[in-house]
Design a protein around this ligand. Structure first.
Ligand code: A2P
Length: 298
């Protein structure tokens, strides 16, 4: 399986990254070091995870044998900083926390702009062009090498890419798992040259146990003499997406880095009714994904 994909900028993006959402500041440093030891060079973070300073500290401690240039570091612009006047300051804070002067990838974390008191800014949400232009400026300034989005559906991406933008989104980071495989988004993204990144690839903490016990997953694992988690990672890479497994355990981090070749899972994953795990729509007062509601999942 490929170890990297090519981005439109020409940069190589490693196919497997360490996910750091829900990793505490206490745990994340050791997780990052374990990941680098296992061979990972791609770390996926975000301002809102609140652990970027701990990640930066860990990277600093190993920089003599893992130089910055060998790493691919991603962070994300939080909803409350979509106002163009706020973008550079929050990016600078992320850079300071990570102790670096550039990011490899900066994503708009959600297609939702919020005011400081968490009300939806409808104008900036429906027309994110002004936020995007500021992100483009960060590329020109050398603070960011690639820009993209996260949690965008097809309509919102079409809306953004139909505007007068200079740099197209290189990636869209979305929830992709056995439970929410989004085949339509996968094929649309492929056709439109936008790389997908799979977050919660194991089904997140809520469904990981269930995922790893799935009969088709166990069957493939047995046949290939790999673990169920490795079957899942391999499936994502075979679908052509980056995969972002989160773990704070050295053994599991190392396990998740190994991928293998087969193609028997896609049909099973797309045969059942999809279930989205992460959807703050009701909490934020806006229908983020605009997809069918599925409440019959147990
Ligand atoms: P932990 O951090 O203790 O390893 P996802 O990547 O889909 O968000 O899933 C993350 C969840 O899956 C976390 O609860 C994580 O716990 C657990 N996890 C990660 N890798 C493995 C693995 N190889 N085997 C079992 N559980 C795992």
């Amino acid at each position: 399986l490929p170890l990297t994909y090519k981005l439109p900028s020409g940069d190589d993006i490693p196919t497997v990254a360490l996910g750091t959402w829900k990793a505490s500041s206490e745990d994340v440093g050791a997780a990052v070091k374990a990941a680098l030891e296992a061979g990972y060079r791609h770390i996926d973070g975000a301002w809102v995870y609140g652990n970027e300073a701990a990640i930066g500290q860990a990277l600093k401690e190993v920089e003599h044998h893992v130089p910055r240039e060998s790493l691919f570091i991603t962070s994300k612009l939080w909803n409350t900083f979509h106002n163009p006047d706020d973008v550079e300051a929050t990016l600078d804070e992320t850079l300071a926390h990570l102790q670096t002067n550039y990011l490899d990838l900066y994503l708009m974390h959600w297609p939702i702009a919020q005011t400081a008191d968490f009300k939806v800014d409808w104008e900036l949400t429906e027309n994110p062009i002004r936020t995007w232009k500021k992100m483009e400026e960060m590329v020109r300034k050398g603070k960011v090498r690639n820009i993209g989005v996260s949690n965008f559906n097809i309509r919102r991406l079409q809306n953004l890419t139909a505007s007068d933008i200079t740099i197209r989104p290189a990636v869209n980071q979305v929830e992709l798992s056995y439970w929410n495989p989004q085949p339509e988004l996968v094929s649309w993204s492929k056709d439109n040259g936008i790389l997908l990144e799979a977050y919660s690839p194991l089904g997140s903490d809520v469904l990981v146990g269930k995922t790893l016990r799935l009969p088709p997953v166990r069957k493939i694992a047995k046949k290939l003499k790999i673990t169920p988690a490795q079957v899942i990672m391999s499936w994502h890479v075979q679908r052509g997406t980056v995969v972002l497994p989160k773990s704070v355990d050295g053994g599991r981090i190392s396990e998740n880095y190994q991928t293998d070749l087969f193609n028997e899972l896609e049909a099973a994953a797309t045969a059942h009714r999809p279930h989205r795990i992460n959807d703050p729509s009701s909490h934020w007062g806006i229908d983020i994904f605009e997809d069918d509601k599925e409440d019959d999942f147990h």
